[in-house]
Design a protein around this ligand. Structure first.
Ligand code: S2G
Ligand code: ZN
Length: 484
């Protein structure tokens, strides 16, 4: 165990217990395991201790102690990171600081349309609290039952409603965060306009716990839609999907809430993995779209709008079949098929995750080019391609063939396939991580897609806020050659 600490670990543990209490300080390896292994069970770290602080003051005291004694700290919410961003490395000298005990909704102001809550509130609880108050908190991702608001903020989470409502940066008015030295930064103001100096909250949002630990936030609330219309549509190809999206925006404008692309292999994977689910269309298709419209108006009007989009799509040869949700249960069934794609990959193993965003005008060509490159490298890979086409973001996740083990498929293909796909995205001025963040999985890939000036600036910010490099060390920022 390589220790950086200036005092014996036993003393660190004693001081941690004095801050958070015995029960909230775990140091038995077996008990720490759920906190030191990532969601996809790809990263298996070790920790000096896991602490579960009850409030911001305890977070501050823990960070001040660790800063004083050079003890690295790994912030953790629901531990649903796909990029290894929320678990320690194998050195065993870090403290994992898990926020799940800080799970209170502090205020809902329905006149100001804001919700103030602690970072450890799960996304599902936050959405439920908003709905109880007659409002919508619109962030929607499959892991909502376990992911926490703090983690959604630290990765600037997106999900399936970004097209209409934006991502966490767009949904946040203020945050509270604890700096590596224990100082508390607070901008918990519910103001939609505040031009008083730098917008510091945006430094912490999306920084993956490397600049400060977000402990609370003020989030925007939206009107609860009174009408929802959804359809599962078979489209000719991704180009047709892009054209159909243009038609939907022309006809329905802001009402277009979600527009998800799903490849045939992605749906097949879900149906094979969950045989109790029904296929949404009578026959198989190479490309499909799940579209959802919502509005504050009447359901009949919205249904008519959806029908108009489908008729136009049929007339223009973009749409070859469609199933329209006849009830909320149908809509939920469509979303379950879509949201199961992620877990079905985790259960199957051998998924090469490329979370790409590309200008919408180029996304169809990218899908064709990347598919050709991947199939040249791994001819039998299952082309699990799906996601938020409306935001120019697709999860381009080649998956192992059934007769090849995950270990063999990843060993043979992970590096070259992800390099090829990321390289194509970068060449199109796209992003190699649209919503999942960098963690450790994509850290060194930033050397290929970030300019030296961008990396220098990020390191300058990191050094200014975390001069001892103790907070979530070795995450996000690669060390450029020659840099000390
Ligand atoms: C999605 C979930 C993570 C994954 O389903 O939209 O962001 O497995 C993904 O790709
Ligand atoms: Zn996604």
């Amino acid at each position: 165990m390589t220790s950086l600490s200036t005092i014996p670990h036993a003393q660190v543990l004693a001081e941690l217990r004095a801050i958070v209490g015995d029960k909230a300080c775990i140091d038995v390896a077996a008990d720490m395991q759920p906190f030191t292994t990532d969601y996809r069970k790809l990263y298996h770290g070790r920790a000096l201790a896991v602490v579960l602080p009850a409030d911001t003051q305890q977070v501050s005291a823990v960070l001040a102690l660790c800063f004083k004694h050079n003890v690295p700290v790994v912030p953790q919410g629901g531990n649903t990171s796909l990029m290894g961003g929320a678990v320690p490395d194998a050195a065993g000298n870090a403290v994992v600081l898990n926020l799940r005990r800080m799970n209170q909704v502090l205020e809902i102001d329905v006149v100001n349309d804001t919700m103030t809550l602690q970072a450890g509130v799960t996304l599902q609880s936050a959405r439920a609290a908003a709905e109880e108050a007659g409002r919508l908190f619109p962030l929607r991702i499959g892991s909502e039952g376990s992911c926490q608001i703090g983690g959604n903020l630290s990765t600037n989470a997106g999900g399936t409603a970004v097209l209409r409502y934006g991502n966490m940066r767009d949904l946040t008015l203020g945050i509270e965060a604890v700096l590596p030295d224990g100082r508390i930064y607070s901008s918990l103001r519910g103001l939609r306009k505040d031009n008083t100096g730098y917008d510091l909250k945006q430094l912490f949002i999306g920084s993956e716990g490397t600049l400060g630990i977000i402990t609370a936030a003020v989030l925007k609330l939206m009107p609860l839609p009174s009408a929802t219309a959804a359809a599962w549509i078979a489209v000719r190809d991704p180009h047709a999907a892009v054209e159909l999206l243009g038609e939907a925006k022309r006809v329905a404008g802001q009402a277009v809430t979600a527009f998800e692309l799903i490849s045939g292999p992605a749906l097949t994977l879900v149906l094979e993995s969950m045989p109790q689910l029904s296929a949404p269309l009578p026959s198989a298709h190479d490309w499909m779209v799940l579209i959802e419209l919502t509005s504050g108006g009447d359901a009949e009007g919205l249904d008519a709008t959806l029908m108009q989009i489908l008729e136009q799509g049929m007339e223009r040869g973009l749409v070859t079949d469609a199933a329209i949700a006849a009830s909320i249960a149908d809509t939920r069934a469509f979303w379950m098929l879509r949201e199961e794609i992620s877990d079905a990959q985790t259960r199957t193993g051998g998924s090469i995750k490329c979370d790409i965003s590309i200008p919408l005008s180029k996304i169809a060509d990218f899908i064709a080019d990347a598919s050709a490159e991947v199939l040249a490298l791994a001819p039998d890979a299952r082309m699990v391609i799906y996601g938020h086409m409306g935001d120019g973001n697709v999860h381009f996740n080649p998956l192992r063939p059934k007769d090849v083990s995950a270990a063999d498929f990843l060993a043979a293909n992970y590096a070259r396939v992800s390099h090829a796909v990321d390289g194509l995205a970068t060449a199109q001025n796209g992003s190699i991580s649209a919503e999942h963040g960098i963690g450790v999985a994509k850290r060194d890939d930033l050397l290929q897609c970030k300019s030296p000036v961008e990396l220098e600036l990020m390191w300058q910010v990191k050094r200014a806020l975390d001069p001892k490099n103790l907070l979530n060390p070795a995450k996000v920022l690669p060390v450029p050659e020659g840099m000390a």
